[in-house]
Each structure stands twice: as structure tokens, then as C-alpha cells.
Design a protein around this ligand. Structure first.
Ligand SMILES: [Zn+2]
Length: 364
């Protein structure tokens, strides 16, 4: 769908110096941090996207985005990460067997090392979404990253829970698509594929079940993640332009991470994908094992209309309250779904102030 907004544009953040910082992971991937600064600050904020998206969810020009909101709120040094799930990189649509353990072990420690090279020992606050939030939380609770002043998790963290229909899809979906349909990944742009190709047929088949709007990329996003019409957000919370360019914001993504998420859902909390993996020997089998020892306070944002990760964050908050009473906070978000707390037209009124308030209370 044509849009006047360029893909991957940085125009959504005005009056900031923007610099790009490439770095490499220990297992050989090139990743990138983008820094938006209006001057030095004792409190640095790092933004972490989710699966199928990229740092673009924090810098969209059509609404008051989170990066701008933070800069305007006095947090004048904001960094946005693109890690291996990012739609700005090819990694997730290539043939791969990466798990969230790889991200926890390789991506975030390398990102923090690059960040620290520039900001030294200033306080670093992290705001993370979706599987970026799950994997960053894993990295933090495993001790692979340390010295984080606060962590805000949107939608989900260490206890992924999904609606029953999603559970069925997670169980059958990856093998069905890879072996039966023959697609290694799902692309929201399949609606634009040549007629009668596998991608085109999948798009048409999915759209038969989605009469709630006429944007096929929106239907494929619902198919890929969650159980709802739509699943990822509430239509009413999006600007029309955001809805129409959904394929720019949530791109193509592979299926293997779903297998790890399924294991976590079965276990009831974040677990290592392969308990016997030598490469991941430094990671715990149960990421909640040392929950009481983790000093970083978490803000768990819990959208009440979450059709992707259901009540994951309220559930985790109960567990963490037992491990470390009073350390972590739960913030229900009435009227919001999984992704609209970040990309919604009124997120700067309904959601971002809660994040800013939380970070301010853990600054200075
Ligand atoms: Zn839609």
C-alpha cells in the first residue's frame, strides 16, 4: 500500500542530533543503535522493539512518538536498538535457527557494551516491547546484562501467555507453514505477491476470515500473531495512515522463534530452548530462578485488550510480588491492545506519561 511516509525514515524525531552506531554480536551479526540526543543527560533511555517490527515503532512521524516524548520530557539522550529480529535486517527471513537465548546472550550485552562506550556509567533505562521485552528480561534475569536502572516491559515479559487459539497456531503453525505450505516466513505484503503464488494464496485465504477492514497486511498480522480481529491493536487507537502502512511497521518474519515461545508457554515461564546447549551454558534453565536477586525495578504495562499475550504481565506481577514484594509495578492500560500502546494516536496521552513517571522515580 503506497504511503507518503518513507520507510525507515528518521523524520519523526525533530530537533535532535541523530547518529548511527553499528556493532557486532559475539555470534557474528551486524546490528545497530541509533542515538537521538538534545544534549547530555544523567539518564539514558534505550528502546527495544519486538518481533516483526523495528526501531521504527518508536520514531513514527505521523503521531507523537515515544522517542520525541522522552526528549521533550527531559530525557535528552535516547537510543533505539535494532537487534536480530529487526525488520531493518534480513536475519529473520533468512534460514536460521536463532532462539531468544541467542538474543539474550549475544544481542543485548553487545548493544550495552557499545552504548556504554559512549555514555559511560550513566543510568540506563530500558523500554522494551513484545519478544524484545521477553528476551531483554531474560538477559537481565540471567545476569548477561547488568546495571540497568529500570526496565519497562510492554505486553509481556518472563511469563508469555496467549489465547487458546494462538496456542494451537503456535503448536501447528511453524511446521505447517514450513513443510506443508512451503513458506519459510510470513510477509504482510503477500497480498501484493503475484497471483496464485503461495504467498498470494495465503494472503487471500487469511483475508476470507478477516472482514474487519480491507488492509490485507493487517489481516496477515492478525494471522501471524494472536487471536483477534484485529489481533495486534485496536483499530480505533490507530491513525488511518498507520493502519494503511502496517506492512512498513510490522514486516516479514520467520517462524522459528515461535517454537521457543511455545516452550515457555508450556513451562509457564521463560526457559532455555535447549537445556543441553553448550553455547548457552551460562544461561539458566529457568529464567525466574533468581528473580528475588534482580534489583532492577520493572514497570509491567498490561494492555487490557491484549489479544497477543493475554494477561501475561498481570500474571508475572503476582509472581514477582512474591519474590520481591513492592519492587515492581503493574500498570493496566484500559482500551489498549498489544502494539497500540506504542503506535497509537493517543499513546502520548494514555501510555507514555506512565513510563516517564516511572523512569523519573528511578532517576537521580
Ligand atoms: Zn485492519
Amino acid at each position: 500500500m503506497a504511503s507518503t511516509i518513507a520507510r525507515f525514515t528518521l523524520d519523526g524525531v525533530q530537533d535532535a542530533d541523530i547518529t548511527v552506531h553499528p556493532f557486532a554480536t559475539g555470534d557474528g551479526l551486524g546490528l545497530e543503535l541509533t542515538r537521538y540526543t538534545r544534549g547530555e543527560s544523567d539518564d539514558v533511555v534505550l528502546l527495544v522493539h519486538g518481533l516483526t517490527s523495528a526501531s521504527d515503532v518508536f520514531i513514527m512521524p505521523e503521531h507523537r512518538n515515544l522517542a520525541t516524548h522522552l526528549l521533550d520530557s527531559g530525557f535528552t539522550d535516547v537510543w533505539a536498538l535494532d537487534f536480530r529480529m529487526s525488520g531493518r535486517f534480513p536475519y529473520d527471513t533468512e534460514s536460521h535457527r536463532y532462539t531468544l537465548d541467542d538474543i539474550a546472550l549475544y544481542d543485548f550485552p553487545a548493544a550495552l557494551a557499545e552504548l556504554r562506550r559512549h555514555v559511560g556509567d550513566r543510568r540506563v533505562h530500558v523500554i522494551a516491547h513484545c519478544l524484545g521485552s521477553v528476551s531483554f528480561s531474560m538477559s537481565l534475569f540471567a545476569g548477561a546484562v547488568t546495571g540497568i536502572a529500570s526496565l519497562t516491559c510492554n505486553s509481556v515479559s518472563l511469563t508469555p501467555r496467549v489465547p487458546a487459539f494462538s496456542r494451537l497456531k503456535l503448536t501447528l503453525g511453524p511446521a505447517f507453514l514450513e513443510y506443508v505450505v512451503g513458506l519459510p516466513y510470513i510477509d504482510p505484503r503477500f497480498g501484493d505477491a503475484p497471483v496464485l503464488t503461495r504467498g498470494w494464496m495465503l494472503s487471500k485465504a487469511v483475508s476470507l476470515f478477516h472482514r474487519e477492514c480491507d488492509v490485507s497486511a493487517c489481516h496477515l498480522q492478525s494471522f501471524q500473531w494472536g487471536a483477534g480481529k484485529p489481533a495486534m491493536y485496536r483499530h480505533a487507537n490507530l491513525l488511518p495512515v498507520t493502519h494503511e502502512r502496517m506492512a512498513d511497521i510490522c514486516g516479514a518474519s520467520g517462524l522459528h522463534y515461535y517454537r521457543h515461545v511455545r516452550k515457555m508457554i508450556e513451562a509457564g515461564h521463560a526457559v532455555k530452548y535447549d537445556a543441553g546447549s553448550k553455547a548457552h551454558a551460562s544461561l539458566p534453565q529457568n529464567y525466574l530462578r533468581n528473580a528475588a536477586d534482580v534489583q532492577t525495578p520493572l514497570l509491567l504495562l498490561a494492555p487490557e485488550q491484549n489479544k497477543v499475550f493475554a494477561d501475561s504481565n498481570p500474571h508475572l506481577h503476582k509472581i514477582l510480588e512474591k519474590a520481591a514484594p513492592g519492587r515492581h509495578e503493574l500498570r493496566p492500560l484500559p482500551g489498549y491492545g498489544h502494539l497500540d500502546p506504542l503506535i497509537g494516536k493517543n499513546a502520548h496521552l494514555d501510555v507514555f506519561p506512565h513510563i516517564v513517571d516511572f523512569i523519573k522515580r528511578h532517576s537521580a
